[in-house]
Ligand binder design. Structure first.
Ligand SMILES: Cc1ncc(COP(=O)(O)O)c(C=O)c1O
Length: 456
């Protein structure tokens, strides 16, 4: 392939000339040119192997042969839109319905997480007859205009908050207003949503939906306190709205204990709408909205067709089915639990050793579950000031050591671990050993500077 033969410098120069700089690269000061990937590994143009801790989209592993074969075989037979009767779409919907609570039994197939959230917004508005949305601070729900409007992570840097959008605090028990020492952070944070709803209603606004990632990722790998979603759902339902659980980053067994991250909130909690994307197709553009009969019926009552040219095609559904088959056959959900717990334990040891590691796990809560883990880097324990520059430095040093990791959170100081689900115990050991060595080196450098300063 010509692209593989172009030098890295030439590729970069062409990219800078032809591709908008709004489309950013990882490691902009020294981007990696990746030419192939397999499982949890990515390879650059020189053949160097990187451990991938970033790609939750390559859910069952990069280029998984079962998924690649399923796409190829279906492509050889038929790929067309969902207006023709075909088994793949119904087989796939049936398989997905087996993973979800019973009320979530109507499916729409689309091509991206953004399309899924945009449809969720339309469904919510038709069902409730209301327009407004409550979202969590720092949330990101997609790149369409409608979703930028409900993504504080984006709209705060653009033209600001629309009058139909209401922002509730992130239920972050490490950095938010109610922390690990609060007797009931779930109720306290849910009451914040209630307050936001009441204040909107006082202005004559009507709530159509509450949107939340089941585990806020861009917000900093947050695990909302158990029971929070049920309490929020109560307030939102009372206001006439519906609860939308965005599982685009965290669904499909990543949390280990459950197939869906919203299930961490307890058996009784069932969202009105669930949106899926990213990992659903292991890199193939597939997305899905699951909802209840009443919500779907309200949308159908408009008489307007929902047509999506590529959504639910035989190939997309074959890919989706293959991902479910691999998850099951390779028992990747259980694997996420065991490897994730092991990785968290190794990271906890780093917290004891290095003061910069603020939060991996605290006695009453965890900053990770399964293969969704955050490491909150701090400048000092008392203020919990985000160690932003240190986090950026660490990520670039890890890349030099062939580990691909990224940061997130409002302070861009949270190291995010969301690797492909085949990430191994050995990978966990290797990554944490490298992290340990770099942190030790950073501390040594700081100590030498301090000694030098004292001598001067
Ligand atoms: C939580 C969440 N929702 C929605 C989206 C949008 O998905 P897509 O980029 O497939 O449109 C993203 C993408 O990063 C996301 O993280």
């Amino acid at each position: 392939m010509a692209a593989d033969r172009r030098s890295k410098a030439d590729t970069l120069a062409l990219r800078q000339r032809l591709i908008s700089s709004s489309c950013r690269l990882f490691f902009p000061e020294d981007p990696v040119k990746i030419v192939r990937a397999q499982g949890q590994y990515m390879y650059d143009e020189q053949g160097a192997e990187y451990i991938d801790c970033i790609n939750n989209v390559a859910h069952v592993g990069h280029c998984h042969p079962v998924v690649v074969r399923a796409a190829h075989e279906q492509n050889q037979v038929l790929n067309t839109n969902s207006r023709y009767l075909h088994d793949n779409i119904v087989d796939y919907a049936q398989r997905l319905s087996e993973t979800l609570p019973e009320p979530l039994c109507v499916f729409y197939f689309l091509n991206s997480g953004s399309e899924a959230n945009d449809l969720a917004l339309r469904l919510a508005r038709h069902y409730t007859g209301h327009q407004d949305v409550v979202v969590l601070d720092h949330a990101y729900h997609g790149h369409l205009s409608s979703l930028i409007d409900i993504s504080p992570y984006k709209f705060r840097n653009l033209d600001g908050q629309k009058e139909w959008v209401h922002v509730a605090p992130l239920p972050d028990t490490y950095r938010g207003p109610y922390r690990e020492d609060h007797p009931n952070p779930a109720v306290a944070y849910a009451n914040e949503v209630k307050r936001v709803v009441s204040s909107a209603q006082e202005k004559g606004r009507k709530i159509a939906a509450f949107f939340a990632e089941s585990l806020p990722s861009v917000g900093g790998q947050i695990i909302p306190p158990a029971g929070y979603f049920s309490q929020v759902a109560e307030h939102i339902h009372k206001a006439g709205g519906v609860f939308v659980a965005d599982e685009i980053q965290v669904g499909f067994g990543r949390v280990g204990k459950h197939f869906w991250a919203f299930q961490l909130q307890g058996k009784d909690f069932v969202p009105d709408i669930v949106t899926m994307g990213k990992s659903i197709g292991n890199g193939h553009p597939v997305a899905c909205v699951a909802t209840t009969q009443p919500v779907a019926r309200a949308f159908e009552a408009t008489g307007v067709e929902y047509f999506n040219t590529f959504g639910g095609s035989p190939v997309s559904c074959a890919v989706g089915l293959a991902v479910l088959n691999v998850l099951e056959k390779e028992q990747l959900q259980a694997h996420a639990t065991s490897v994730g717990s092991f990785l968290m334990e190794l990271l906890r040891q780093q917290k004891i050793k290095h003061p910069i590691v603020g939060d991996v796990s605290l006695p009453r809560r965890h900053r990770g579950v399964g293969l969704f883990i955050g490491v909150d880097l701090i400048k000092d324990e008392a203020t919990r000031t985000p160690a932003t520059e240190e986090a950026a430095y660490l990520v670039s040093r890890l890349k030099e050591n062939y580990v691909l990791l990224s940061t997130d959170g409002p302070g861009r100081n949270i190291l995010k671990f969301k690797p492909p689900m085949c990430f191994s115990l050995d990978n966990a050991r290797q990554v944490v050993a490298k992290l340990d060595a770099i942190l030790t080196d950073m501390e040594e450098k700081v100590r030498s500077c301090q000694t030098l300063r004292l001598q001067l």
